[in-house]
Write a protein that binds this ligand. Structure first.
Ligand code: FAD
Length: 292
């Protein structure tokens, strides 16, 4: 019986694991290794890393740090979380583990642009494809920016980016026409296809003409990885994020949620802050350990 099992080993899950292990609690993390942090080519808004660090290198450090204090981190996908006899049973393809507390740190998945996965991954690496203006708009100052999106969400991202570049163009993914406003440009005719060269994003219009951009922000929204929490009966928001209180507690006792899977600013710094709050709440609610 563990004090806590964490579903997801991104920045959120690994930070809680570190805190709980240092609180002398038994903690196990299951991680499918497919999260958003893993996609980051190089982050420049984490203050301990002024020269930047890749998402993978960051996760490796965080994992080793948590393991140093005894956290068990297992690369397996959790298929169910059930409450039986007042404890939580966590099942993967290879085992069933039980715990007094559960933390969902399972993140969200970004909807992707119409590109093959190898072209997408190359584009991400080269900074041609981006997902997070809050994270890296600073890096695209003065460049020609396309925003793949429409509706209020696409427009909000374009407007945010307009503070960094005089050339921001909204590109609806579905062939619809956007309206030019607030200094944001639109295409003369709908997009027919999208491609990447070594240095550019190439949008082909329905008439056959092409437009070139230096970078493309994908503003197609995300899907929260909240199905396991939903099946357990945890309350979700309208957009299927897990609803949690100021201590990251959900609608079910001893079930917590942290990081992108909750409603909030999807950033590493906020995921880590939520992780510290959840770990401390769990530690304080567990029976005290009286040392002899
Ligand atoms: C391209 C890109 C660049 C970004 N750049 C920055 C940046 O510079 N700075 C910044 O602060 N933020 C950045 N972000 C956002 C940042 O990545 C997220 O806010 C952060 O990763 C959230 O951490 P998390 O632990 O909640 O989720 P994630 O990092 O997504 O981790 C969730 C983990 O849970 C696992 N998981 C899900 N379901 C299961 C299951 N059933 N069983 C086991 N494991 C499961 C996933 O495989 C994954 O490993 C960027 C995002 C993207 C996409």
């Amino acid at each position: 019986m563990k004090d806590c099992i964490i579903v997801g080993g991104g920045p959120a899950g690994l930070t809680t694991a570190l805190y709980l292990a240092r609180f002398l609690r038994s903690v196990m993390v299951f991680d499918a290794e497919e999260g958003r942090a893993r996609m980051i080519p190089e982050t420049h808004n984490l203050s301990p890393f002024p020269d930047g660090i890749s998402g993978r290198a960051l996760l490796d450090r965080m994992r080793s740090h948590a393991e140093l204090y005894g956290a068990e981190i297992i690369t397996e996908t959790v298929s169910t979380v059930e409450k039986k006899d007042d404890v939580f049973h966590v099942t993967t393809d290879y085992r069933v583990e039980v715990a007094h507390n559960i933390i969902f740190a399972s993140g969200v998945v970004n909807r992707r642009p119409p590109l093959s996965s190898s072209s997408h991954d190359q584009g991400l690496k080269r900074g041609l494809i981006r997902y997070c203006p809050v994270c890296d708009a600073y890096e695209i100052r003065g460049k020609r920016v396309a925003v793949l999106g429409n509706g209020a969400h696409g427009f909000a991202e374009a407007r945010f980016l307009r503070d960094y570049s005089p050339t921001v163009t909204l590109v609806p993914p579905d062939g619809s026409r956007a309206k030019a406003k607030d200094g944001i440009g639109v295409l003369e005719s709908p997009m027919k296809s999208l491609a990447l060269s070594d240095a550019h994003v190439i949008v082909t219009l329905e008439g056959g003409e092409t437009r070139h951009f230096d970078t493309l922000y994908v503003a197609l929204g995300t899907t929260a990885c909240s199905d396991l929490a939903d099946r357990l009966g945890v309350h979700l928001s309208e957009d299927r994020c897990v609803v949690s209180d100021a201590k990251q507690k959900t609608s079910i006792e001893r079930v917590y949620a942290i990081g992108d899977v909750t409603d909030g600013l999807d950033q590493i710094a906020s995921a880590m802050g939520q992780a510290a709050l959840a770990a401390t709440a769990i530690h304080n609610d567990l029976p005290r350990r009286i040392l002899g």
